[in-house]
Design a protein around this ligand. Structure first.
Ligand code: SAM
Ligand code: SF4
Ligand code: SF4
Length: 341
């Protein structure tokens, strides 16, 4: 079967599977509101449905799956989904992004089920700040999660850090020191104006150039490692003292030209771009006609894809969050925590 290509000849290679829209944190850049419209639990794809669909997408070129959410470790028996995805054999990379809080209970089971890699999101090493940024007093839990990941045998764990001016941008070097001690690779992420980021403001974005400059000043310079603009979102750098780190410059220097990422929400909406205004409900077709028919539909949608969401946003004269709270309540599929980061 040929590799599915979109209209800019970008392959469908990478699928982000959101398994829940629920979360046990309330990060200010993702879930700042008091009230949310939640997906109906009864409408979520079962693990059997998700695994069958992935199996049908592999022959069309999907080779990487990342489980995400919301907080994917809140989905009961998530290790069983990992096991089923692994069992079907065709995936080169099976990863999961988490805030880490449930890793003490789940890291060993995830490893055992065949998960290759973890990305853990952590924006600060200060307990009072963690509470301020996430509205939960859970720094110690997140750190225990990182310990548990290492104890379970995960290596190459990435540490996602969303950098916000005046919130945590004085911790760049602390984060790097922390990561070096624990053999983690930091990826500094620019604050993005995605759905859900209703408090986003350009003045709070610390551009990649500034992040690199500041790290360089503290660490004997910074050399780009591979600015070849692969499909991977992060550009990687090496500090003067030999530490590798990544920067995801989605806001100021977007990378849509090589984007091979598709998203499937927990209730089965297929979304071709993080910034897309709408998705396509795949679940009804999956349930009525099976996984092969659903995969064909996804390939059709991909084949017609022209999205360059972040680049379009970067070209706007004035920028604000993708959607306001009212619109998000009416259409929760616009939320980053629904479509998966
Ligand atoms: N709950 C998990 C977590 O936090 O790792 C997985 C889902 S979360 C939506 C995935 C990633 O999106 C996290 O690394 C988070 O920091 C990032 N994210 C969420 N909102 C963002 C925003 N407005 N700008 C940049 N990154 C954001
Ligand atoms: Fe939850 Fe992750 Fe969003 Fe934070 S970034 S609120 S942990 S989904
Ligand atoms: Fe891909 Fe859309 Fe993100 Fe651009 S904005 S990199 S097209 S998901």
């Amino acid at each position: 079967m040929p590799q599915a290509l979109d209209l800019h000849r970008r392959p469908l290679r990478n699928l982000r599977l959101s398994v829940t829209d629920r979360c046990n944190l309330r990060c200010g850049y993702c879930m700042p509101e008091e009230r949310y419209t939640w997906l109906e639990r009864s409408e979520l794809l079962t693990f059997e449905e998700s695994a069958a669909l992935v199996s049908e997408l592999v022959p069309h070129g999907v080779e990487k799956v990342r489980l995400t959410g919301g907080e994917p470790l809140l989905r009961r028996d998530i290790d069983q989904l990992v096991r089923s995805l692994r069992a079907q054999g065709g995936l080169r990379d099976l990863a999961l992004t988490t805030n880490g809080l449930r890793l003490p209970d789940l890291a060993a089971a995830l490893r055992d089920a065949g998960l290759d890699r973890l990305t853990v999101s952590l924006d600060t090493l200060r307990a009072d700040r963690f509470l301020e940024l996430t509205r939960r007093d859970e720094l110690a839990g997140a750190l225990r999660g990182l310990d548990a990941a290492a104890a379970a045998g995960f290596t190459g764990t990435k540490l996602n850090v969303v950098v916000m001016r005046g919130a945590n941008d004085d911790e760049l070097v602390d984060m790097l020191d922390f990561a070096r001690e624990r053999d983690l690779e930091v990826r500094f992420i620019e604050y993005m104006d995605v759905g859900g980021a209703t408090r986003w403001d350009m003045s709070r974005v610390v551009p990649a150039t500034e992040i690199i400059e500041r790290v360089g000043a503290a660490r004997g310079g910074v050399t780009p490692e591979d600015l070849k603009r692969t499909a991977a979102p992060a550009d990687r750098y090496l500090t003067g003292d030999g530490q590798r780190f990544g920067v995801i410059a989605s806001t100021t220097r977007p990378f849509c030209g090589s984007c091979d990422r598709a998203r499937l929400t927990a209730d089965g909406q297929f979304i071709t771009c993080l910034y897309a205004r709408s998705g396509t409900a795949i679940a009804p077709l999956l349930r009525a006609r099976g996984a092969a028919a659903a995969a064909e539909r996804i390939v059709d949608l991909w084949t017609g894809r022209t999205d360059r969401g972040a680049e379009e946003r970067a070209s706007l004269d004035s920028r604000a969050a993708l959607a306001g709270p009212g619109e998000l309540q009416r259409e929760p599929h616009l939320e980053m925590h629904t479509r998966g980061g």
